[in-house]
Design a protein around this ligand. Sequence first.
Ligand SMILES: [Zn+2]
Ligand SMILES: [Zn+2]
Length: 336
Amino acid sequence: MRAVQVLSPGGPFELVERDIPEPGPRQVRIKVEACGICHSDSFTKLGAFPGIQYPRVPGHEVVGVLDAVGAEVPDWQKGARVGVGWHGGHCGHCMPCRRGDFILCTRAETPGVSYDGGYADYMIAPFEALAAIPAALSSVDAAPLLCAGITTYNALRHSGAVAGDLVAVLGIGGLGHLGLQFAAKSGFHTVAIARGAGKGVLARQLGARHYIDSTTQNVAEELTKLGGARVILATVTDAKSMTAAVGGLGIDGKLLIVSALMEPVEVSPLALIMGRRSIAGWPSGTASDSEDTLEFSVLSGIRPMIEVYPLERAAEGYERMMSGKARFRVVLTTGL
Ligand SMILES: [Zn+2]
Ligand SMILES: [Zn+2]
C-alpha cells in the first residue's frame, strides 16, 4: 500500500510502499477513502508534540470502509463506512475515563500522532475511535467534519449560548467557515470577524447576520454596539486578534478558543472581572460527538468547502493548507 510518512521532525513528506497492516484483536483496518489535512498535522510534521515516534504517517480526519475487524471488536462489521478524528482512542481506566470523560483520557491517542494516520491507503484504529458515517455524506465532505467540524460544533453546543444569543466566530478559515455554519444553524445571532472586506459576502452566505472587518473596524467596539457577545469562538492562528476581541464580550461572555496555539493571549484581569467574563478552551470530542456532528450537518445542510488532492500530492496539499490560501479545507483522496 501507499503511505505518506514523515521520517524525522521537520523532514519532508515521503511517499513510500508499505505492507498492508493487520489489526489486533480490539482494532480494525480501514481502507481509507479520504483524509483531511488539518493545521495540527504540523505537530507531526515539525515534531512539535511530545513523544512522537518516527517515521509517522499523519492524518486524523479519516474516512473509509472497514476492511478487517479484530476478533474482540463488538458491533462493527466489515464493509461499514467509518471515520476517525483527533480522538483516536482512550484507555478506559484512568481517572477521566472512569468518570466517562474520554476526551481527556490521560493516555488518549490520536491517529497520525500516537499511531499511523490517514495519509495512506489503509489505517489501523482501535474500535473505540470509530464513528459511523451517514449515507448522505460523501467521504470527502465527512472527513473535515471529524476534526474541524466536531471541534467547532461541540464547542458551540457546550458553550452555554442559547438560540438568539449573540455569538461571534473569529476567523473564517478551515475551522471558522464551519463554525459560522454551525452557529447560524443553531439559531445564534451570528457575527463573523475576519480580515478584509472580501470575506464579508462569503460570511453572509455561510449564515452570518453581521460581518466585522478587523483590518478597518474595532472588533471590540463593533461587538459592543451589537450588545456584546455571549460567546466568541476563536478559530484564528494568531493570539493578538483574540486579545483584541475580548472587549467585545457581553455580560457572562466567554472567549472560547479552539485553535491550538502555543502563543499566549494577553487579557487584563479587570476586563474579565467587570462583566464576569471568561476565557476557555475546548478539545474536539469523542467518536459519539463526531456522529452527532455528522448527523447535525446532514439535518441542517452544513458542508465543508474543500480542495481535493490525490494522496501522492500530500506535500503540496499540506503546503496549500499551511499557506492559509486554501478555501477552506484540503482533503486527500486515495482513489479507492
Ligand atoms: Zn485537526
Ligand atoms: Zn483513560
